[in-house]
Ligand binder design. Structure first.
Ligand code: NI
Length: 253
């Protein structure tokens, strides 16, 4: 069985066929999914999907790209979602300096609030780090004791070592299958199998040979194949280990 620890099935790209697709995932060997929210509305939508599907769990969080729309009022409503039994993490949270840094300070403030919350609740976090490696690593160092995953990890092998040493997991997505995956493969090389999580980031980041199409958890087979091949493991073993890793990190039993 396969565990997709990062899929946005709440996204509007799935509005037309969500139920059919989720039923199909279930019969295609997908045994677990975490749907991380990106603001109040998407976190609530992820919660409803998790309520209706026994293999789907959700995380609640405020994504850095949504920093502009953050309000105290919405955040206090978001905080109530962590009491839900199917809420397994604080996420998707983090820093994103890729498009512009206009909201960099606000992103940091929002991340700080959510790291503190995760710490108080002893919940794992799902970190989005895009072009913000130094600052994200600083948060991970400062909040020693928090566990979580760097989703679709794009940092260096050096940074990966710092995170692994502190108990973090690393998320591998479609890019591991790309022809220019050199940096990601350097990270995969030093990442022990028991810290690897596999993710789609659906509907985005489809692996080769599905690039350009809407992504879903069935495409994880390509990610698993690549990791298995690179690590010298069987496909089944890779699926099993990463499934168990997901259960460990997110306390799913
Ligand atoms: Ni995401």
């Amino acid at each position: 069985m396969i565990f997709d620890t990062h899929a946005h099935y709440d996204a509007e790209q799935f509005d037309n066929d969500r139920e059919v697709l989720l039923a199909d995932l279930r019969s295609s060997g997908i045994g677990g999914v975490i749907d991380p929210g990106c603001d109040l509305e998407s976190s609530e939508k992820a919660m409803r999907i998790a309520q209706e599907h026994d293999f789907v769990y959700f995380a609640a969080g405020w994504h850095p790209e949504e920093a502009e729309s953050f309000t105290e009022d919405d955040f206090s409503k978001l905080k109530t979602l962590f009491e839900h039994p199917r809420c397994k993490a604080v996420g998707e949270i983090g820093l994103d300096y890729y498009w512009d840094k206009t909201y960099a300070e606000k992103q940091k403030e929002i991340l700080e609030l959510q790291m503190a919350l995760a710490f108080d609740k002893s919940m794992p976090v799902i970190i989005h780090d895009r072009e913000a490696h130094g600052d994200c690593l600083e948060f991970a160092k400062r909040y020693e004791g928090i566990k979580g995953v760097f989703h679709c990890f794009s940092g260096s092998a050096e940074m990966a070592k710092e995170l692994l040493k502190r108990g973090w997991y690393l998320g591998f997505d479609g890019p591991v299958t790309y022809i220019n995956a050199r940096k990601t493969l350097e990270v995969l090389e030093i990442c022990p199998p028991d810290r690897i999580l596999i993710e789609t980031d659906s509907p985005y980041m489809s692996p080769t040979p599905m690039r350009g199409k809407r992504n879903d958890s069935r495409n994880l087979v390509y990610v698993i194949e690549r990791i298995a091949d690179f690590k010298g493991l069987t496909i089944e073993k890779t699926a099993d280990i990463t499934f168990e890793n997901a259960r460990q990190l997110f306390n799913i039993y």
